[in-house]
Design a binder for this molecule. Structure first.
Ligand code: PEP
Length: 262
């Protein structure tokens, strides 16, 4: 059975001092089921990683970065390598967030190189995949997702799939008023799993974890988690308060208990 996940990316919010306060509060309000049953992650900005690492040390919450460079070192002013992230205590790295595609010219070809470097440094890549509103209206969502996976995972083999997290984040639902409808999310997750099955086989498709992100709130989490192909939630705004994150994690943990019993 796949272990469920709750995670948050802070984007360019929450500096070092606030990160320590956030961590202390989150650790005081996470319930036992979330701690025991879930993989939990927080992705602070680079300058808060040190404080977050210290504050979450020996806790069930892993930390990660929101981006990285594909090279190990060199003349890449302003960049951070996978090895540097690992040294800073990161377990995870987010790749291909829609804001990086939209504002920084990131492409899935660059993402492929970053993902390879992350795997070499034993970071867990959180690979964002998602269609634009236009792709959706043209009925191309599943084609776009297959294309993104095809490029980003081109150098990976079936055995590496369990070490990669896929995050379905429809670009039109990020920072929006509402999440994508749960049935729509379930269809896309099924389609993603079927692409993994075609390319890497049934075992990899059964093992790979696919989380959903895009305007998740405590109010819509239960319905999103009601679908067996949704393995967790990746939260922005609603988890920028530790109480919000703990509340959503508790809902994901309840889904984990339900799946164990069924
Ligand atoms: C995100 O930016 O990845 C995200 C999911 O944000 P929000 O939950 O605020 O839509």
């Amino acid at each position: 059975m796949r272990k469920l996940i709750a995670g948050t990316g802070w984007k360019m919010n929450i500096g070092a001092a606030e990160a320590a306060r956030y961590a202390a509060r989150l650790l005081s309000c996470l319930d036992a089921a979330s701690r025991d049953l879930l993989d939990l992650f927080v992705l602070p900005p680079f300058t808060s990683l040190h404080a977050a690492h210290a504050a979450f040390l020996s806790s069930p919450v892993g930390i990660g970065a929101q981006n990285m460079h594909w090279e190990a070192s060199g003349a890449w002013t302003g960049e951070i390598s996978a090895a540097m992230l690992a040294e800073a205590g990161c377990k995870y790295v987010e790749l291909a967030h829609s804001e990086r595609l939209q504002h920084f010219g990131e492409t899935y070809e660059f993402v492929r190189r970053k993902l390879n470097a992350a795997m070499d440094s034993r970071l867990t890549p959180i690979l964002c995949l998602g269609e634009t509103r236009q792709d959706k209206s043209l009925g191309r969502a599943d084609d776009v997702l297959a294309e993104q996976i095809g490029i980003a995972l081109a150098d990976q083999s079936a055995s590496s799939l369990p070490a990669i997290m896929l995050a379905y984040e429809p670009r039109w639902a990020i920072g929006a008023a509402n999440a994508a409808p749960p049935d729509y999310v379930a269809e896309r997750h099924r389609a993603l799993r079927s692409v993994v099955r075609q390319r890497y086989g049934a075992q990899a498709a059964g093992d790979v974890r696919i989380i959903y992100g895009g305007s998740v709130t405590p109010g819509n989490s239960e319905a999103l988690m009601d679908h067996p192909d949704v393995d967790g939630l990746f939260v922005g705004r609603a988890a920028w308060s530790p109480e919000g994150f703990a509340e959503i994690a508790a809902i994901v943990a309840r889904a984990a208990m339900k799946r164990k019993l069924s």
